[in-house]
Design a protein around this ligand. Structure first.
Ligand SMILES: Cc1cc2nc3c(=O)[nH]c(=O)nc-3n(C[C@H](O)[C@H](O)[C@H](O)COP(=O)(O)O)c2cc1C
Length: 483
């Protein structure tokens, strides 16, 4: 009997339109082009290179404020010299240009449900889905920086789980706009004489909820995917429940596949309980891969790169992610034993899971060193064989579907992956040599299913579909009957 084919990996590049993303200070490493983040040509070069290597997507992270907690409050002095996710451009604007310069690679873009109105957000993503021919995804975030909250007119952030409750209603609004406001065929079958579209095939959504009131209709006509491909990365209980309901791809970070395995299993179980096909949810782990011709060369590259990291910038990132300012302690304070329970538990977790973390003193310097490249994702350093072995282990142990590859230096880290790792993965039958659908949508290529341009029928957004022959979408007819 023939062996069953191996799971085909998803490979995404994990990037940010900022001098550094998960590599504070690395803009000082001479080959690094992070400072070119304002150049469209720079991103076009990156996108074309990754498309030639058949990467599925570039996933652009984004934040709406500075990392100003460390040595704070409201202090960006450690952040700015490190270029630590500051300054940062809005990634969405570049997508149509990147799409015009490529054919199939897709683009995930982060946008926040906490600070942007759903009506405006739905319009922006429809526009970009049109202009990219269905190649845009939305990384749904609820945001985590107080600095963003203050700049959007709040004194402090909206409470964590409340942000997810808002996000859940937000998604209902956008599904209604994307899926339930224009009937299938409204534009294409306009009867020739009747005008641009059939007015009876465009309806108000009349959404009245706890957080949002949006009458509609959706101001854009349906794009190829309608709902952009949906990505999410929440690690709390509320975040995971949200992901299990809405996300088509989920990002997870963790030091080892053994640690990530229960999260993968739990999110798939929750999705199943909601009536979704658990295998249809793509789980993508964040990793930093430093690969070279040999194990020794890769380690030497890592040792060289790490010299350029900005320790203060790494501590600033920690401050923003955790909300804790580590500056008020002595240099030799071991954070495994501090009073603040959240910091203590985070650092103890690292101490027991980061390779070589046990028996080490977890001072500020240790924390900075841990976060300086690749953030809190796993780091895999080695020659092509060793790295491919480890990625295969992640798939076997944790049941992940692929990887979000961060960079220590752009584009060098990706160049090395393309030169050394991709051919090895292809040789092992783990990575495709051609896209599932050349010129296809993000949803088709992420799912590997030609023709799957719209949300799958088991996705909660599908209940809003307005199909041909229906006077109003089924959900609206049911609501009218219930009232
Ligand atoms: C791999 C990964 C990537 C993320 N990217 C972003 C991002 O670009 N912007 C953002 O605001 N949050 C980002 N987050 C944060 C999450 O979306 C989420 O807001 C955060 O984890 C807090 O939610 P939680 O409490 O459910 O974990 C990311 C998280 C992970 C694990």
């Amino acid at each position: 009997m023939a062996a069953s084919p191996k799971k085909q990996l998803i490979l995404n590049a994990f990037a940010m339109q900022s001098p550094s993303h998960l590599n504070p200070g690395l803009h000082r490493y001479p080959p690094d082009q992070g400072h070119q983040y304002t150049s469209l040509q720079h991103w076009i070069r990156v996108a074309q290179k990754l498309e030639a290597a058949k990467f599925h997507a570039i996933f652009f992270a984004d934040v709406l404020g500075g990392y100003d907690v460390y040595k704070g409050p409201a202090n960006l002095e450690p952040t700015i010299p490190a270029g630590a996710q500051f300054p940062i451009n809005d990634p969405l604007y570049s997508i149509p240009a990147l799409a015009a310069a490529t054919e199939t690679i897709a683009f995930g873009v982060t946008a926040s449900t906490t600070y942007d109105a759903p009506y405006a957000m739905a319009r922006r993503f429809s526009t970009v889905d049109h202009l990219s021919n269905g190649r845009v995804g939305w990384n749904i975030v609820t945001s985590y920086l107080d600095s963003a909250a203050r700049n959007f007119g709040l004194n402090t952030q909206i409470e964590h789980d409340e942000r997810y409750r808002m996000a859940d209603e937000y998604l209902d609004v956008t599904y209604k706009l994307w899926e339930g406001s224009w009937r299938d065929g409204a534009v294409n079958e306009r009867d020739g004489v009747a005008g641009y579209a059939d007015p009876k095939a465009v309806r108000q959504i009349n959404h009245k909820g706890k957080y949002f009131n949006v009458p509609g209709p959706h101001i854009c006509e349906p794009s190829r995917q309608r709902t952009p491909f949906l990505l999410q990365a929440g690690t709390s209980s509320a975040g995971k429940a949200f992901a299990a309901k809405h996300a088509e791809a989920i990002f997870l970070n963790g030091q080892s596949p053994e640690l990530v395995k229960p999260s993968v299993a739990s999110v798939r179980e929750q999705a199943k309980a909601l009536g979704r096909d658990p295998a249809s949810i793509k789980i993508v782990a964040g990793v930093l891969v430093i690969v070279a011709e040999t194990d020794e060369a890769a380690q030497a590259k890592y040792d060289e790169l790490v010299k350029y990291g900005d320790r203060e910038g790494a501590l600033a990132l920690f401050g923003g992610w955790s909300g804790y300012d580590l500056s008020g302690y002595t240099d030799d304070q071991d954070f495994r034993f501090v009073e603040q329970p959240a910091v203590r538990s985070m650092v103890n977790h690292w101490a027991s899971t980061v390779p070589g973390g046990e028996g080490k003193k977890w001072t500020r310097a240790t924390i900075a060193e841990h976060l300086i490249m690749g953030g809190n994702g796993s780091k895999i350093i080695g020659g092509p064989q060793a790295v491919a072995d480890e990625l295969e282990r992640w798939v076997e142990v944790a049941d992940v579907d692929g990887f979000n590859l961060s960079y220590a230096s752009i584009p060098e880290t990706f160049d090395d992956i393309v030169t050394y790792l991709v051919p090895e993965l292809q040789r092992r039958g783990l990575f495709h040599t051609e896209y599932a659908v050349k010129g296809g949508t993000m949803r088709e290529n992420m799912s590997g299913q030609p023709g799957q341009t719209r949300l799958s029928d088991s996705h909660p957004g599908a209940q809003y579909f307005w199909k041909k022959g229906e006077e109003v979408p089924r959900y609206a007819a049911e609501e009218a009957r219930a009232n």
